[in-house]
Design a protein around this ligand. Structure first.
Ligand code: C2E
Ligand code: CA
Ligand code: CA
Length: 279
């Protein structure tokens, strides 16, 4: 029994070491990817069911690895966040999203909003206001066309600093959305005291709608809260007609999901907007 225990211990430390080595090489590769410009943005449209209009699109980062191909953000953002590499990466995202959407405006002859995700570290950065203002100024994008997605969990910090930071973001004129809403524990009182423009219902609540009564109840409550507070509400991860029907019936007409469009390249986005949908 003793020997067995020891084997397990060795096994455990070995996998831990392997994991540490993997993380270190990922960190090295990420640094190199930043230098070699291996990241790009995809854009996913957000649709208003009432009008059929595309009201915004969300910028989503992808890593084109020279050997491993396209890598999804869930695989590298945690390491980027832990190592601080998220700061230059996040600046790159903000800057490029603004530049590309400004270009889209020029090509289309009209404006449309772009939503950019912030990480926790970016949200805590006292220089964030300057970074947003710099991206707007150098791209020429008007502030009303930029939306900042912060997750509900980022509000669970020291209330004073959260308020201050959100006021700074608000002073740049951009729109503030609380992403993954319903997964955290923010109170309505807190929500009311912050300059929030819109709530995004987390896709876990949309997934099994309306079969899963618990999730469905949460979704309808979020819609009601948003209404009561005069905020817009967006549902993400909408895949089926049934989900769409249910959301619309409960007063949520802003939707995002594979049912309407998957995240796409800038080129495809341009064609999508030009009405050339069946490429
Ligand atoms: P998120 O902000 O909640 O983004 C929505 C995610 O849902 C995206 O995954 C999108 O591709 C996916 N999605 C869209 N429609 C559907 C659908 O109908 N069904 C399903 N199952 N999924 C759908 P993605 O692109 O893998 O991004 C994952 C997360 O990574 C994002 O979640 C966001 O938190 C983070 N992220 C992505 N890009 C950035 C970025 O540039 N900066 C930061 N800080 N975070 C980012
Ligand atoms: Ca988001
Ligand atoms: Ca989300």
């Amino acid at each position: 029994a003793k020997d067995k225990g020891r084997d397990q211990y060795d096994f455990y430390t070995e996998t831990l070491n392997e994991r540490a080595v993997q993380l270190m090489s990922l960190e090295r590769e990420l640094r190199q990817a930043l230098r070699h410009d291996e990241f790009h943005l995809l854009f996913q449209p957000q649709v208003d069911l009432n009008t059929g209009d595309i009201t915004a699109m969300e910028a989503l980062i992808r890593w084109q690895h020279p050997e491993r191909g396209e890598i999804m953000p869930d695989e590298f953002l945690p390491v980027a966040e832990d190592t601080g590499l998220i700061m230059p990466m996040g600046n790159w995202v903000l800057q490029n999203a603004c530049m590309q959407i400004k270009l889209l405006h020029q090509l289309l002859g009209r404006g449309v909003r772009v939503a950019v995700n912030l990480s926790e570290r970016q949200f805590r950065d006292p220089g964030l206001q300057n970074i947003i203002e710099f991206a707007l100024r150098t791209s020429g994008l008007e502030a009303r066309f930029l939306e900042i997605d912060i997750t509900e969990s980022m509000l669970m910090d020291d209330l004073h600093s959260v308020r201050e930071q959100m006021a700074r973001i608000q002073s740049t004129g951009v729109t503030i959305t609380i992403d993954d809403f319903g997964t955290g524990y923010s109170s309505l009182k807190l929500l009311r005291s912050l300059p929030v423009d819109r709530l995004k219902i987390d896709q876990t609540f949309v997934r099994n709608m309306p079969a899963d009564a618990g999730n469905t109840d949460i979704a309808t409550s979020i819609i009601a809260i948003a209404r009561q507070m005069d905020m817009a509400v967006v549902a993400e991860g909408v895949e089926t007609e049934e989900q769409e029907y249910f959301l619309k019936m409960h007063g949520c007409s802003l939707v995002q999901g594979y049912r309407y469009a998957t995240p796409m390249t800038f080129d495809d986005l341009y064609h999508y907007f030009s009405g050339d949908n069946d490429r």
